[in-house]
Ligand binder design. Structure first.
Ligand code: NAP
Ligand code: GLV
Length: 318
């Protein structure tokens, strides 16, 4: 009789017990192994991960699937001993909707001066702020993937002028890009893209090419007084350069959902700066049932020799 499927949940900073009911439903016959009680490592067929302990994946001889619980895969590629096993990420329309809601809120929150209205309301003052039509405000989305495209479409529907930047060229057709989206790509298209971003949204994956991209050279190419929204990863941002750009007025505000240190410690200078709005990496989440179902689908494709259809390109890094 073949050994039962064994799935391990590996994270150095998350308690994965919340995933167990969904995986029990999806894999009723499987052995599910959590964190400290992994059992024999040679039993493990699939690893469900968020920052897996460094080197651990390389010690699983039977491993045939590495499944990220998120859209990003950087927390897995960060492992210098990553074995050559298909690694998959979550691609989930609901996650796109969650991100769309967050990014739309963040754009409007700043562009329509909602912070000032909260202060006025607290002081019982009827005070108007300038009202600018959405089409006069240019939102640039760095990263036109699953999440970036969903946000672009929603912002276009509201009436914002939206542009996007990707690594490779996109055709401006209905099937690939929402109508009205101005598309730029690669290093050659970056300066023109940035010059038209009153708000810049970072929805890039964290790779060797994008680490530290949100720093002074990029900020200097934005229109003066731009708003930065980082929903990518903390390591996209050079923190000292953000503080300097805010101090000089080159940037007016920043909304940050992803930080290098999570949780951000209370003594971090970002908390004290009224121009920086921090949220605790909540822009969007994936339903555990979706993670369980995509793990099952990916495992079936790997077992059918079709891993290339779903595995992330580890050379490219996303
Ligand atoms: P995706 O589908 O892989 O899309 C990535 C996009 O970035 C693609 O358009 C890609 O260009 C572009 N890109 C990659 N490297 C680039 C470079 N060097 N220069 C220019 N463009 C580049 O990713 P996704 O599912 O949309 O997710 C994006 C990221 O969002 C994730 O990696 C994760 O870091 C972050 N995220 C955050 C949260 C949160 O709650 N804050 C939640 C989910 C995800 P091509 O189209 O040419 O390939
Ligand atoms: C969250 O940050 C994700 O990558 O899904």
């Amino acid at each position: 009789m073949p050994a039962p499927l064994t799935i391990a949940f590996l994270s150095s900073n998350l308690d994965f017990s919340y995933l167990l009911p969904a995986f029990q439903t999806q894999f009723p016959q499987a052995r599910l192994r959590l964190g400290t009680e992994l059992g024999p490592l040679e039993d493990i067929d699939a690893a469900v991960c968020w920052y897996p302990p460094e080197g651990l994946l390389a010690r699983l001889p039977r491993l045939r699937l590495i499944q990220s619980v998120g859209a990003g895969i950087d927390h897995i590629t960060a492992d210098p001993a990553l074995p050559e096993v298909p690694a998959c990420r979550i691609i989930d329309p609901d996650m796109g909707q969650g991100m769309t809601a967050y990014v739309t809120w963040a754009v409007i929150q700043h562009q329509r001066h909602m912070g000032a209205y909260l202060r006025s309301a607290a002081a019982r003052r009827w005070e108007e702020q300038p009202v600018q039509p959405p089409r006069q405000h240019r939102v640039g989305i760095a990263g036109l993937g699953t999440l970036g495209l969903a946000c672009a479409e929603a912002l276009l529907n509201i009436g914002y002028s939206v542009r996007g930047w990707s690594r490779t060229p996109k055709r401006n057709t209905q099937s690939e890009l929402p109508a009205g989206l101005q598309a730029f790509h690669g290093e050659a298209g970056q300066a023109e893209f940035l010059a038209g971003c009153d708000t810049l949204v970072c929805l890039l994956p964290l790779t060797e090419d994008t680490r530290g991209i949100l720093g002074q050279p990029l900020f200097n190419q934005l229109p003066r007084g731009a708003h930065l929204i980082n929903v990518g990863r903390g390591a996209h941002l050079v923190e000292a350069d953000l503080l300097a750009a805010l101090a000089s007025g080159q940037l007016a505000a920043a909304t940050l959902d992803a930080l290098t240190q999570e949780p951000l410690p209370p003594e971090h200078p970002f908390w004290a700066d009224p121009r920086i709005l921090i949220t605790p990496h909540i822009a969007t989440r994936t339903d555990p049932a979706v993670i369980a179902r995509q793990t099952a689908d990916n495992l079936a494709l790997v077992d059918a020799g079709r891993a290339a259809e779903v595995a992330v390109d580890l050379q490219r890094g996303y």
